[in-house]
Design a binder for this molecule. Structure first.
Ligand SMILES: [Ca+2]
Ligand SMILES: [Ca+2]
Length: 338
């Protein structure tokens, strides 16, 4: 048993050494271009962000060329400058920006660059260095891959070298989060104690990235209802309907507000008030009497799309003023409180 284990261990050791040796020998012989650093993080309101494209394990290079693709809703390419690599050979160099194009296609921009040694060159450049520094302006929150493509390395004889390894990079742009409650609308202004009512809250994402947040509605300072994990893309609005069950709430006037959390900035709106009273007190004057009966009668058989709809007369909140509301009113007739 022990012998078998030792054999397995020996075999594993042999194979891992083989893998390490193979990958090392491959890495040493293959020139590799990479976005440097592999990941850069920047705020969306920064004026610019620069990244390098660098090379290692170069051998006898006299010219290089590549394209780099980026997400054009996240980044705008501003400029590119030559790095130190090819100038290390001592000869003059010619650096050419073939393309700084935000609109390569509907989603991506492309930077295409070329650099060669000038004159009658016998020796290229070996080793490592920076090929170029590319500067972008961040546009909006999100991630953009920086994809290296169409890599060319040439020797002084004008021969193309292969293979070339490459490693892409990423620019992560942190967008601004700006969630605003733009309206808080209680769907009735008078509610019978013990009944439920709806509150519509309109929320707008004024930032530059999709945000996920929660919204809580309040009566005075006490929470009514919370909607969790609302996801809203930038520039868009949504209406969330909350339910306020007034059971266990005292009679009286309440100021209604909505608040988004956790988000930075001013995200609370106080808008509208609701009077909690005896069921049937449609008028909201602390007594159920003939005036309330008249208001109910005026709205009898209506629904929310009716011209004479009175949401306060829909005492049980089922979107119709009918006999059931009249019965509730009758059951509380002549009741009052101070
Ligand atoms: Ca009344
Ligand atoms: Ca009703």
């Amino acid at each position: 048993m022990r012998k078998t284990k030792s054999l397995v261990l020996a075999a594993l050791t042999f194979f891992s050494s083989l893998i390490i040796f193979t990958s090392c020998s491959k890495a040493v012989s293959t020139p590799t271009e990479y976005v440097d650093p592999p990941q850069t993080t920047v705020w969306s309101n920064a004026t610019s962000v620069s990244i390098n494209v660098s090379i290692i394990q170069a051998v006898n290079v006299s010219g290089w060329e590549f394209s780099l693709y980026y997400v054009n809703s996240i980044l705008h390419s501003i400029t590119a400058t030559e790095g130190d690599f090819l100038a290390k050979g001592g000869a003059s160099t010619w650096f050419w920006i073939g393309e700084l194009n935000d609109n390569f296609n509907s989603t991506h921009g492309r930077v295409s660059l070329t650099c060669i040694q000038l004159g009658n060159i016998s020796n290229g450049v070996s080793g490592s260095g920076t090929l170029t520094t590319i500067t972008f302006q961040p546009l909006a929150g999100g991630n953009s891959t920086l994809h290296l493509s169409d890599l060319v390395l040439a020797d002084p004889g004008g021969n193309k070298m292969t293979p070339i390894n490459s490693f892409d990079g990423t620019v992560r742009v942190l967008g601004t989060v700006d969630i605003a409650i733009t309206s808080v609308t209680p769907l009735k202004t008078v509610v019978g104690q013990g009944y439920s009512m709806k509150i519509n809250v309109t929320i707008k994402n004024q930032g530059d990235q999709t945000a996920t947040f929660n919204v809580t509605t309040y009566a005075n300072t006490t929470a009514i209802d919370t909607a969790l994990n609302i996801s809203l893309s930038n520039g868009n609005s949504t209406i969330v309907t909350f339910t306020w069950n007034t059971t266990d709430w005292s009679k009286g006037n309440y100021t209604i507000s909505g608040s988004a959390w956790p988000v930075p900035g001013n995200n609370t709106l106080v808008d509208g008030s609701v009077f909690v009273t005896i069921p049937g007190d449609i008028k909201g004057d602390n007594v159920v009497d003939i005036y309330d009966a008249i208001l109910l009668s005026n709205a009898f058989n209506t629904r929310p799309d009716s011209s004479n709809w009175n949401p306060n007369a829909d005492i049980n909140g089922d979107n119709v003023v009918d006999i059931y509301d009249a019965i509730i009113l009758a059951n509380h007739y002549n009741q009052h409180y101070t």
